[in-house]
Write a protein that binds this ligand. Sequence first.
Ligand code: MYR
Length: 281
Amino acid sequence: MKTAIITDSTAYLPKQVRQAHHIHMVPLNVIFGEESYQEEIDINADDFYDMVKEDGKLPKTSQPSIGIMTQKLEELAQDYDAVISIHLSSGISGTCQAMMTAGDMVDDIDVHVFDSEISCHMQGFYALEASDMAERGAGPEEILSRLKKMKETMHAYFMVDDLSHLQRGGRLNGAQAFVGSLLQVKPVLHFVDTKIVPFEKIRTRKKALKRILSLLAESVEEGGEYQATLIHANRPAEAAELKKEIEARHSNVEVTLSYFGPVIGTHLGEGAIGLGWYRQS
Ligand code: MYR
């Protein structure tokens, strides 16, 4: 049984990483006015943040087209028996549903859609693990069971500079408590049951970042080895500093630096920072 791994662009796995691990990618789109760009193909994170500043226009996003998905599945059906397709949370995008529809439309390949219930490099962690297992000859059931196990220890918390992006895109749930004070708070956010909800209401960026680091500490001080990822929206220096701080404090945590690319950056805005982790062993 040969199993291929697909993820979507919001895992923000660099091309050379995808190639080294044989991970296939379907892109989501970011739309400026009449112009639609496939992220990680036509537009990268640096260009995106420049365009937002220069244009002053507010972009929109869309899930990959069914056509792109069926094309990818037909291509993979030539060489593989099955596909595990790992996507951003079904509570924030229709991508999982679209891949299920595409899977029904293509014969000769068995398509399993895995809802990461999260996004960004945490989704990438699932894709990397799945591809390593597939390379070693594991079949879909074994891989899916490992991904479900990983989910039990997967955590992510993040903060944004300006909540209005999330609110405008309709991706913020349970934030009634913030109405009227949207611009004054820097809440720590997280995912619950596939959706983004506030975790704690915090007033300053510094305190929100400190709180996120303390949540990591609570988790990793239980023991074990952890993979973590520090994700930023055009704040590379700040993210690198935080990575150093985590590594100095926790010898059992390996930290990867990652970024919020165009699609997720549209909904979080520049300046967002996230931290995700899971227990590896
Ligand atoms: C679409 O148009 O289908 C894509 C919608 C993407 C919504 C993104 C919402 C923000 C996700 C934040 C993830 C933070 C992880 C630390």
